[in-house]
Design a protein. Structure first.
Length: 172
């Protein structure tokens, strides 16, 4: 019987030895996979570090671009405000010219009616004193609207000067 127990004990040791070898091989495979995963993880971490440094540089560039855009926008807003002020001045000058033309036309209407009724000629008007000549500064050449207003103001000024010339010739 002792031989049988010895054989059974040896068989059991052999089975346990085979099980130990198989589990060791499995653990060795897992360790190999973990080492491969560790290398991949190190590569991934390196890539993340590079990506974060690239992102930091991009953020610095974006901030610089934002500062430049802010300065450019402030400059353009200042220019727009100056153009708006110039445009308001041109509009006011145009309204003044139109008001003078209206006053010239209003003064010319009674003169025509008096000439029709053959009444004695009225005393000549000192038109230089009543309506002083207007000199409109030319608009800034960089604005198309300013050029149009300048042309309109020049045309209105020319019309008023012709009307004054006609009134002077009729009064003389």
């Amino acid at each position: 019987m002792s031989l049988l127990v010895t054989l059974l004990a040896d068989g059991l040791v052999a089975v346990l030895l085979v099980a130990s070898i198989v589990s060791s091989m499995r653990l060795s495979g897992r360790i190999t996979k973990l080492k491969a995963d560790e290398a991949a993880l190190r590569q991934t971490i390196g890539d993340l570090v590079m990506a974060s440094s690239t992102a930091e540089r991009a953020i610095v560039g974006l901030r610089a671009t934002l500062d430049e855009c802010d300065r450019t926008l402030a400059d353009r807003l200042g220019t727009a405000e100056r153009y708006a002020t110039d445009l308001a001045a041109h509009v006011e000058a145009g309204e003044t010219v139109i008001a003078r033309i209206a006053s010239i036309v209003a003064q010319a209407a009674p003169t025509r009616e008096l000439a029709r009724t053959a009444a004695p000629a009225p005393e000549p008007l000192d038109l230089e004193r009543v309506v002083p000549p207007v000199r409109v500064a030319p608009p800034a050449p960089s604005s198309p609207n300013g050029e149009r207003l300048g042309v309109a103001a020049a045309a209105a000024l020319a019309m008023s000067e012709r009307a004054l010339g006609r009134l002077r010739s009729k009064a003389a």
